[in-house]
Design a protein around this ligand. Sequence first.
Ligand SMILES: C[S@@+](CC[C@H](N)C(=O)[O-])C[C@H]1O[C@@H](n2cnc3c(N)ncnc32)[C@H](O)[C@@H]1O
Length: 213
Amino acid sequence: MPKQWIKEHQKEHFYRSAKKEGYRARSAFKLIHINDKFKIFRRVYTLLDLGCAPGSWLQVSKEFIDANIQKDKGKIAPKLLGVDIEKISPIEGVNFIQMDINDNSLESKINGFFENEQIDLIISDCSINKTGNKTLDQVSQIRICNRVVEIAIQFLKPDRFLVLKCFEGSELASFIRNLKKKFQMVKKFIPGATRSRSSELYLICKSIIKIKQ
Ligand SMILES: C[S@@+](CC[C@H](N)C(=O)[O-])C[C@H]1O[C@@H](n2cnc3c(N)ncnc32)[C@H](O)[C@@H]1O
């Protein structure tokens, strides 16, 4: 069977499954695949999702965090925050800020919500509206990724994960090289639920490297 055919049918499968499971988007399965491989939700109670609309990553995150809390007999209070330019319909137990992540006032809002505590996991599926010009799109996406990394450096707990979305292209290698100066682990990952013709991929980063003063 041709690979393309198999991938397209997988896509259909993920779309149907997302509807069946009550997720808002099939990208829910991308996060599930990322967790299957990297166990990013281990010991996670607080989470920031940058570029979260319509909210399927928040739905999945809530499920994993609820399971952690059950295991822990509710000793730790969960805190989940999503940020997006677009509005989302509410999700119980999840807070949302409608804002451009480039807005300078975002940091104080994050600090306020997490009460100046560092965060267990930061995820970002944030992506630009593609223009069709691959070079331009990649540069714009990397600009967004740089902002996500800037936020993660300020708010992520040491030894924890940052997940961010990138596109394949000529700028990717140098972006990853820079990222490797900031995180001890940086891995490229393409979840099974990704469209076959898509150039998107995820970078799974762990353990911020603290720069000695
Ligand atoms: C692929 S969608 C995210 C899907 C989400 N992970 C889910 O599972 O429901 C990408 C999102 O990034 C958001 N976005 C793009 N640029 C942004 C920015 N500068 N600030 C905030 N959100 C942004 C878009 O509005 C869009 O909702």
